[in-house]
Structures are given as structure tokens and as C-alpha cells.
Write a protein that binds this ligand. Structure first.
Ligand SMILES: [Cu+2]
Length: 339
């Protein structure tokens, strides 16, 4: 086994690459294995959840170790919340693989209660892979990523609404084997979700509000787990960039009507499937539990240097935090935004 550092883990030994030769029906085949341990590699959430995405690894066997933890998260500026997580953050880390890769999952329950994991990207017996397992236990399974797309992963332990509103979700992207057909200069992951938190007037602790969840009365609606974080810390791109957004809607209940103010999507891949190809789209809805891929070009003479809000155009939800800004180039004023 050989180890080397990769762009995903340059600061840690969390990633191990191993190359093994194997003979299949006489045809030589080289499997290269990459392992990422999200108990060691943690997504940066300060000053904002890091939405930037690197390309998928060249390895064709992808191993992911994912701890389940109960952790303090921040769902809006200054609003701390005792969340349930994959990998210590909400959302958890984005997994990115290629169509045809063998994906090996190992989830370790380091929390004090039973949980589970459900990959929308897998075709697999749910009763086996997605079963609930106990504190201290581990579950392992593998699947071949046969279907390109932008998928939700979540805890499916009942009541599922509670486990999702507590933060148990993340995105997995399966890139088409031949790529997306265009070259993106920047890529971002955006996971929309909503929280149902109620402040205890005595302790000022924010606790889950089940009645509010059943009434669909969210306290925050967020992109990547914290209300308004990209309004305070915009996503930065350059003039001329083609930008690809992988948007997953974790819910648990609301839909996402994804829109960029001042831009038109050149391409939208419904559910992130290359064949579900749409052109020149203003807004595209993503159901709870779904995903989509969006592309737009911030070209010099059109959507050039400036500030571009991205929102769910279901505006009551944007008012609760599902709004951010894309900063193109270095606009002189950080001007007043109307969204
Ligand atoms: Cu759970």
C-alpha cells in the first residue's frame, strides 16, 4: 500500500490511496482506492460553510468513513443549536464520485442514540444498508454509482422529520463518466434545508419544535446550514466564469425554487441527470429529497462584474435565510441589495 497526499487532504493523513492490480477474466485491471475519513477531515464552516467543490478523484474505488455525532452547530448568526450530524457539520461533507465508481461506505455511530444512513444515489436493499444501528456500532455497505446526479443522503431513522430537521443530511455528486459537456471554472454545492428551533426563554437554548415542524412553520431556511451566511460571505467568482451549482434540497419538508437574480441558467440538469437537459431557465424547483445541477456564465458584457443574489424564489423562505450573494469580480460598491 502506498500513501500520498491529495488536494482533499493535504493537511492530514485522512486520505489513503492504494493501487492494487487485479486480473479479471484474464484482462488486467488496476483498481485505485481512495479513502477519506471524515472523522479526521472536517468541512470548514467558518466564516461560512465552504461551498467550493474540487474535482472528483481519479480513483475508481472510493471509501468514505463517516462518523455520526451530536454537535453544537450555528443555524443563524449567534444562534447555537444542538444538532445531529454526519461528520460534525450541517450539512455533512459532500461526497463526489464518478459514474461507475465502486463506493464503499462505513458509518460509525459516535452519538448517544440510534441512527441510520440513506443514499439516494444507490440501488441497494434498503432494509439491509439503511437499517438503524445503535450507539457505538458501525454499518458498512457498498454500491456502484450507476446513475449520475446530485443526490441527497440522510438519516432515515423514524421520525425521519426529526432526524433531518436536526441536521442529518449531506450531498453526494455522481459526475457523468464523460463529464458534464462543458468546462466549469467554479463549482459549488448548495444544500437547502429548514430548521424548526424554539428558544427556551429561561435557558436561551434553541430546541427542536416538533409542533412547528408538523405545521411547516420553519424558524430558519438555509443554504448549507446557516441562515444568510453567503449574504455575509459571498461566493466569489471571476468575470467570464462558467459556474456550476450542485443544489440538493434536504427539506425535510419545503421545496426549493432556485434562482439567481441577474442571471439566466444556460443549462439545468433536472435531478442532476445529464439527459434531463434544459436550456435558458430562470427558476427551477427542486423537491424535498431531490437535486439539480445549474450552470450560468458571468460573461463580461452580460452578467458581468457585480453582485448576484441567489435565492429560493419561494420568498417567505428566502426571508428566513435562504438567500446568498455571488460576487463576480471586484465590484466597487458592495451596494445595497434589494434581495
Ligand atoms: Cu438519525
Amino acid at each position: 500500500m502506498t500513501s500520498r497526499l491529495t488536494p482533499f487532504g493535504a493537511l492530514s493523513a485522512a486520505i489513503v490511496i492504494a493501487a492494487t492490480g487485479a486480473a479479471l477474466l484474464g484482462a488486467p485491471r488496476i483498481d485505485s482506492v481512495e479513502r477519506i475519513d471524515f472523522g479526521i477531515t472536517r468541512v470548514a464552516t467558518s466564516p461560512a460553510y465552504d461551498a467550493r467543490l474540487a474535482a472528483a478523484s481519479d480513483a475508481n474505488v472510493r471509501e468514505f468513513i463517516i462518523p455520526i455525532t451530536h454537535d453544537t452547530i450555528e443555524i443563524a448568526a449567534g444562534v447555537k443549536y444542538e444538532g445531529w450530524t454526519f461528520g460534525g457539520t450541517v450539512p455533512g461533507p459532500t461526497l463526489r464520485v464518478r459514474e461507475g465508481d465502486l463506493v464503499r461506505i462505513k458509518v460509525v455511530n459516535r452519538s448517544p442514540m440510534p441512527h441510520s444512513i440513506d443514499f439516494h444515489s444507490a440501488r441497494i436493499p434498503a432494509n439491509v444498508a439503511y437499517r438503524t444501528f445503535m450507539p457505538g456500532d458501525t454499518i458498512s455497505f457498498e454500491f456502484t454509482a450507476t446513475d449520475p446526479g446530485a443526490y441527497m443522503v440522510h438519516c432515515g431513522t423514524p421520525p425521519v422529520t426529526m432526524h433531518i430537521m436536526q441536521g442529518m443530511y449531506f450531498a453526494i455528486i455522481v459526475d457523468p463518466r464523460a463529464g458534464w459537456g462543458t468546462k466549469a471554472d467554479k463549482e459549488f454545492v448548495i444544500v437547502q434545508s429548514e430548521f424548526y428551533a424554539r428558544e427556551d426563554s429561561a435557558t436561551h437554548q434553541h430546541n427542536p419544535d416538533w409542533a412547528a415542524a408538523m405545521a411547516k412553520n420553519a424558524s430558519q431556511v438555509t443554504f448549507n446550514g446557516r441562515a444568510f451566511q453567503y449574504k455575509e460571505h459571498p461566493l466569489q467568482v471571476d468575470v467570464g466564469d462558467r459556474v456550476r451549482f450542485f443544489v440538493v434540497n434536504a427539506g425535510p419538508t419545503f421545496r426549493s425554487d432556485f434562482h439567481v437574480v441577474g442571471a439566466i441558467f444556460d443549462r439545468v440538469y433536472a435531478d442532476g441527470t445529464p439527459r434531463n437537459f434544459l436550456e435558458r431557465v430562470q427558476t427551477w424547483s427542486i423537491p424535498a429529497g431531490g437535486g439539480a445541477v445549474f450552470e450560468t456564465v458571468f460573461s463580461k458584457n452580460a452578467s458581468g462584474e457585480g453582485l448576484y443574489p441567489f435565492v429560493t424564489h419561494s420568498f417567505a423562505d428566502a426571508e428566513k435565510g435562504a438567500v446568498g450573494i455571488i460576487r463576480v469580480g471586484t465590484p466597487k460598491t458592495f451596494a445595497k441589495m434589494d434581495h
